[in-house]
Design a protein around this ligand. Sequence first.
Ligand SMILES: [Zn+2]
Ligand SMILES: [Zn+2]
Length: 376
Amino acid sequence: MPSPILLVLLLSSILGFVLCEADYYGVLGVPKDADEKQIKAAYRSLSKQYHPDKNPGDDSAQQKFIEIGAAYEVLNDPDKRAVYDRYGEEGLKNGGPGGAQGGGRGDPFDIFANFFGGAGRGGPRGGRPGKPRGGDVDTSVEIGLRDFYNGKNLDFQADLQDVCDECDGTGSADGKMHQCPVCHGGGRVVQKRQLAPGMIQQFESPCGECRGTGKKIDHECNKCHGHGVFINRRKYDFKVPPGAERNYVEVFSGESNKSPDWTAGDLRVVVHESSAGNLGYRRVGVNLYRTEVISMKESLRGGWERYIPFLDSYEQSLKLSRPVGKIVLNGDVEVIKGKGMPFPGAEDEHGDLFVKYEVIYPGGDSKLLKEIHDEL
Ligand SMILES: [Zn+2]
Ligand SMILES: [Zn+2]
């Protein structure tokens, strides 16, 4: 049976925790039970509004843009969101319970140890066994089936946070930093609140004066305005290999938002298949499917040929034909070997193409009907 004092201590620490952390839901302006869609929509509209391109020279807009990005990174990731909901921002800083960074993360009491002044962890910056990993950033692009067939070189730009190279991420123009007079360098302040007569709740929160860094800067870096980070437009290119599957993911390792406080996560690009520009083909696995319409005359008499557009940039059409007298019925399927999608990773091998014939019966074309009747 734990002593009542310990229970009160734990209780108040949990309360304090939830009350004093950065409010990611508030930053995005969504309710606590917001679903993925609401979060995405809020992020899209806010990040547009505060985008540095739209607010040149506006320091507070840039800061807000960074905050919005940080909130979205957490709330859009179900695992991180669960940790945040339960343990707040501090839980995420520690890599979360069971997180991959550092040792001893699996024990939730490790968080409390850190919370109460960090037994042996030595201050908010430095002395940590390893930096936590920052969130991944996902982006997506759409290309047509023809591009999936042949492979496609893509390039794109992304506005992401970089560590300021001017001040090496310190935010200080002269490289000098002073101890914060409010928290005396600890980065955290203790607050007290009376819950009931004789029951004082004591909790820690990040210092507002120095944003939890424990340091003050006299001369802000001109480039990053003291933030140590700035939004940078980066350029990337990559190749979608021939035959790549739907929702192919290209991973740029360690290319997510960067910060002196974390090891950058990955930038991931998901390549979706657009419905436009498929030339009438659809794919299931490595096979291609297509419906081809023929007339009743062609169906019954044979003796026809036609060229249909094809996806391969070296073979842009395929010939379909039937000799005279060869009947094709409505719903017949012709399998053309080796004209499906390239196998991913083995471009010389292909799936098959399935052409399904659909016969159009003439309505009121009595001349053609009579012609066919005579022939039969
Ligand atoms: Zn700077
Ligand atoms: Zn401070």
